[in-house]
Ligand binder design. Structure first.
Ligand code: KG4
Ligand code: ZN
Length: 357
């Protein structure tokens, strides 16, 4: 069974082919450089770039894998949550292709796809506890099976990745700055008293990162020497040395620790509340963070459950995860008619598939 995956929910345009649960080929074009100039993703530019790039990537994927559009059995497309205009480009392309080839079409929840992605390279034992940490979302789920997700907790304000990017912006790192904070954080011990861990003194599973972000911004405002005078490129980061570098690394490590430990507390609490699960899946762009990876791995060891962490290429937005999640839905008997809608950020993605007999 050959499944095409299409991803256009934010600033990556990507297409992939998955056959019987394994990746056959993938093409990805990132728009990061275009948006970096503006310090964040500009929705209208993102949609136009998807429109320009997607047909070429699709043709290249067909040529490189030796397939023709008529070989495709299922078309899986990210239908939200994401940027509305961007999603419309991918979903319209998918619908046109389905009309012309007769392939089944399935709209995929981008967040579920992030969490299922590691299944492309290893077997995941369900039920699982899923933590999705990305630029737009911080969600925990009880994942009973690859097609049954129950939302347990979510952020009340900023997503974890947003906190990383906003803190990075205050220091004048280029967008998205999470990666730079991670790299510098590895050079210092965190001061665990420096910044707060937001919204932990309660019994619920929701997150809040805006207080932490403000606290770091306030600290940095009092220490202007921690801010790069011009937007930091890799040479500027490399050139930092001595006390200046040590101070910046300490702030990065302390902030990174506050995020990691907040996530740990909430995930540990979720594990206590849901009862027995077989694995812990941590996914999304922020799952690339080294401190978060090691914190979660230790937690899974302590709880004696399988730790499922996607390889780095499957952490950030990609189309292999869309193809894979779509293929699991089709296997479970689900597909969409051509009239399904795209879902913007902040809205719940409906379970509006039709089920085959
Ligand atoms: O999942 P993703 O590619 O896009 C969304 O759907 O949002 O996640 C992107 C986010 C950005 O906020 C980026 O700064 C963050 O993931 N990120 C990291 C790291 N690598 C990417 N944050 C912390 N540490 C990293 N190593
Ligand atoms: Zn994503």
């Amino acid at each position: 069974m050959l499944t095409l995956g299409i991803e256009t929910s934010c600033d990556e345009t990507a297409v992939a082919l998955v056959e019987d649960g394994r990746l056959v080929g993938e093409k990805l074009a990132t728009q990061i450089d275009v948006h970096a100039l503006f310090g964040g993703v500009v929705p209208e530019i993102a949609s136009r770039e998807h429109l320009r790039v997607l047909p070429r990537l699709f043709k290249e994927l067909m040529a490189e894998t030796g397939h023709t559009p008529n070989d495709i059995d299922n078309i899986a497309v990210a239908r939200g949550p994401g940027l509305l205009g961007s999603l419309l480009v991918g979903v319209s392309f998918a619908k046109g292709l389905s009309l012309s080839t007769g392939a089944k079409i399935i709209g995929v929840n981008h967040l579920w796809a992030h969490l299922l992605a590691p299944g492309l390279v290893e077997d995941i034992s369900f039920p699982a506890l899923g933590l999705l940490v990305s630029g737009g979302h911080t969600h925990t789920y009880l994942i009973k099976s690859p097609v049954e997700f129950e939302l347990l907790g979510r952020t009340l304000d900023d997503a974890a990745g947003e906190a990383f990017d906003k803190v990075a912006k205050v220091m004048n790192f280029p967008y998205p700055g999470g990666r730079h904070i991670d790299e510098l954080a590895q050079e210092a011990e965190p001061d665990t008293k420096l910044f707060p861990r937001g919204y932990i003194f309660n019994s619920n599973l929701d997150f809040s990162f805006s207080g932490l972000k403000t606290s770091v911004a306030t600290y940095i405002a009092k220490h202007p020497e921690l801010v790069f005078s011009e937007m930091a490129d890799s040479a500027a980061i490399e050139a930092l040395s001595g006390d200046e570098r040590a101070a910046l690394c300490r702030v990065c490590a302390s902030f990174n620790w506050s995020v990691s430990d907040t996530l740990r507390i909430k995930v540990e609490r979720a594990l206590q509340q849901v009862g027995k699960v077989n694995s812990l899946i941590v996914a999304g762009g922020v799952a690339a963070n080294s401190m978060i990876r090691s914190t979660m791995t230790k937690l899974a060891e302590k709880k004696r459950i399988q730790m499922v962490l996607p390889q780095l290429s499957l952490c950030t937005d990609n189309s292999a995860m869309i193809a894979y999640a779509g293929s699991l839905l089709v296997q479970a008997g689900y597909e969409h008619d051509l009239d399904f809608e795209v879902i913007p950020r902040g809205k719940v993605v409906p379970l509006d598939w039709k089920k085959n007999a």
